[in-house]
Design a protein around this ligand. Structure first.
Ligand SMILES: [Zn+2]
Ligand SMILES: [Zn+2]
Length: 355
């Protein structure tokens, strides 16, 4: 995964201003027109800024940082279309005072615009047992999916392709604008043909030429064993489909329900066991309910208040082979609140024994 903070040479808590300053400095240094230019570095810092300079994207990146980029990093997962959007808007991206000549910055890259469907985030609630042992859950999501009839092309099966009239088959549209900083040209993708330069002669009747349509899809989510509350699973390509682009991702945030008796401590599971005073003194066998069912444990003679008895290998899977943490039984010795006359007499005898 790419560390956007590192790329811009800033701390994670950097302010908006610091981010902007760092970006300006690096962008000016690496701009392809400069002697010190480096197109790939320039793209990298631009990509970092497009994410960190945008509050919403930054929050997403901070939250899902681990999953960000990943498979997409090399395949154009970053949406350059937003970049040209910024450039045209001017206000947010503010290239104006960095480059004397705005020029054809983005057109010059020769990089195909990477269209990408929206990511979807859902929440999934699990019992402690499901989180510990893992489970497969099927969810039904109503989302934009690739049209089965045209396989996403938007054309009737076997229809001919014809040159796009909007862009004269170029796939791109050039726009020259004048501004205070001089005139600059932006190249944007033709929205009529999505940059392909060609459109189907006859539109797909199923999806009306969109290539995608809203439908319910069953998705099997495999939750691995030992997952913790708040962890996020990412399923690449299970988000919303988009015509002529890459399908977005599905993020599943896991919420583990608190159990009344059993709690988790790292790879161990812990539960309290209340025992009688006499059992603490004389030892006894107790049956303990674990996530693996009831297990008998021996309470040794002279067990201490708060002591933990260990049942090996009945805790949370650690992810290394079949290894599991332990199940700890924390002893709570119940002292009698009231003694019968007989019991009192016996305890007094104990006292005489020096106990
Ligand atoms: Zn279709
Ligand atoms: Zn076109």
């Amino acid at each position: 995964m790419k560390d956007y903070y590192k790329i811009l040479g800033i701390e994670q808590g950097a302010s908006k201003d610091d981010i902007k300053k760092a970006f300006r400095k690096l962008a000016a240094q690496y701009h392809p027109d400069k002697k010190t230019g480096d197109e790939s570095k320039f793209k990298e810092v631009s990509e970092a800024y497009a994410v960190l300079g945008d509050e919403k994207k930054r929050t997403e990146y901070d939250n899902y940082g681990r999953a960000f980029g990943g498979n997409n990093a090399g395949a154009g997962g970053f949406d350059w279309s937003n970049m040209s959007g910024f450039a045209q808007g001017g206000a947010q991206f503010d290239f104006g005072d960095i480059f004397e000549n705005f020029g054809d910055i983005f057109g010059g890259f020769g990089r195909p615009r990477a269209r990408r469907g929206n990511d979807i985030s859902i929440d999934l609630e699990l019992s402690l047992e499901e989180a510990v042992f893992g489970i497969e859950r099927v969810v039904v999501l109503a989302k934009n999916s690739v049209c089965d009839t045209c396989k996403g092309s938007g054309g009737e099966p076997n229809t001919e392709m014809t040159a796009c009239a909007t862009c004269n088959g170029q796939g791109r549209l050039r726009e020259t604008r004048s501004s205070m900083l001089g005139s600059f040209t932006t190249v944007r993708e033709c929205s009529a043909c999505l940059g392909r330069g060609q459109v189907p002669k006859e539109k797909c009747k199923q999806c009306h030429g969109h290539g995608v349509l809203k439908k319910s899809e069953e998705i099997a989510i495999k939750v691995p064993a030992g997952i913790e509350n708040g962890e996020v699973i990412r399923m690449t390509g299970r988000g919303e489909a988009i015509q002529g682009g890459q399908t977005g991702d599905l993020y599943i945030k896991l919420h583990v329900r608190a159990e009344r008796h059993i709690r988790r401590n790292g790879s161990d599971l812990v539960r309290d066991l209340s025992i009688k005073l006499t059992d603490a003194l004389l030892g006894a066998t107790y049956q303990v309910e674990t996530l693996d069912g009831p297990i008998d444990i021996n309470v040794p003679i002279g067990v201490k208040q708060g002591e933990s008895l260990r049942i090996k290998g009945k805790g949370v899977p650690t992810g290394r082979g079949n290894a599991r943490g332990d199940f700890l039984v924390k002893i709570d010795i119940a002292l009698p609140q009231k003694l019968s006359r007989k019991a009192q007499k016996l305890v007094e005898e104990l006292r005489e024994e020096g106990i």
